[in-house]
Design a binder for this molecule. Structure first.
Ligand code: HEC
Ligand code: HEC
Ligand code: HEC
Length: 105
């Protein structure tokens, strides 16, 4: 009985740490986004696409909100989100049809 309780405690602890490490913790990073409307980066959606922490951290983004100043010019040149949102790994940031996939009013 004691062993089962201990095992359960460890499982719960692991699950808790696991969820605290969601992608990123708190699940979303919000950007003001300018005139086109705010952008919500959703860690869960990205994790569901099979991306691992080290696909983004720390070669593209630091694990700290606001570390990367994001401009569309950099993105369309293949930096920050544009490392993937380049029409190969994910929808291309410079396509007119893509704007509304990220920017929401
Ligand atoms: C698809 C890219 C991507 C993946 C995969 C990803 N992250 Fe992030 N993460 C980001 C971005 C973007 C930010 C915001 C960075 C910024 O604002 O400069 C961020 C921020 C963070 C932060 C800081 C949050 C804050 O409020 O300051 C932590 C912690 C973090 N990520 C942890 C993780 C962990 C742990 C994983 C894997 C389970 C992970 N991330 C996977 C893109 C990613
Ligand atoms: C992959 C997601 C994504 C796509 C696609 C995208 N954006 Fe952005 N955009 C962002 C993020 C993130 C920021 C930074 C917002 C901030 O820091 O407040 C941004 C910032 C901007 C800004 C203000 C900063 C700057 O560089 O001028 C404008 C204007 C903008 N986007 C227009 C567009 C237009 C037009 C399109 C379509 C052609 C587009 N965006 C497509 C994510 C995206
Ligand atoms: C490591 C690669 C990678 C990076 C970096 C990345 N994304 Fe993505 N993102 C993806 C993939 C893959 C998808 C799935 C969509 C697809 O296949 O075109 C996706 C989907 C999305 C979606 C669509 C969510 C939905 O509604 O289904 C948004 C919005 C988005 N990303 C925003 C961003 C923003 C904003 C950034 C930068 C802060 C970013 N992404 C950085 C790989 C990435």
């Amino acid at each position: 009985m004691k062993i089962i309780t201990l095992a359960l405690t460890i499982m719960v602890a692991v699950m808790f740490v696991g969820s605290a490490m969601a992608v990123p913790p708190g699940k979303t990073v919000d950007y003001a986004g300018g005139a086109l409307g705010k952008v919500v980066f959703d860690g869960k959606i990205h994790a569901e696409k099979g991306l691992k922490c080290n696909d983004c951290h720390t070669k593209i983004f630091q694990m700290k909100k606001g570390s990367t100043k994001i401009t569309m010019a950099d993105m369309n040149a293949g930096k920050n989100c544009g490392t993937c949102h380049n029409g190969e790994k994910a929808f291309k940031s410079s396509d007119a049809a893509s704007c509304a996939k990220c920017h929401k009013k």
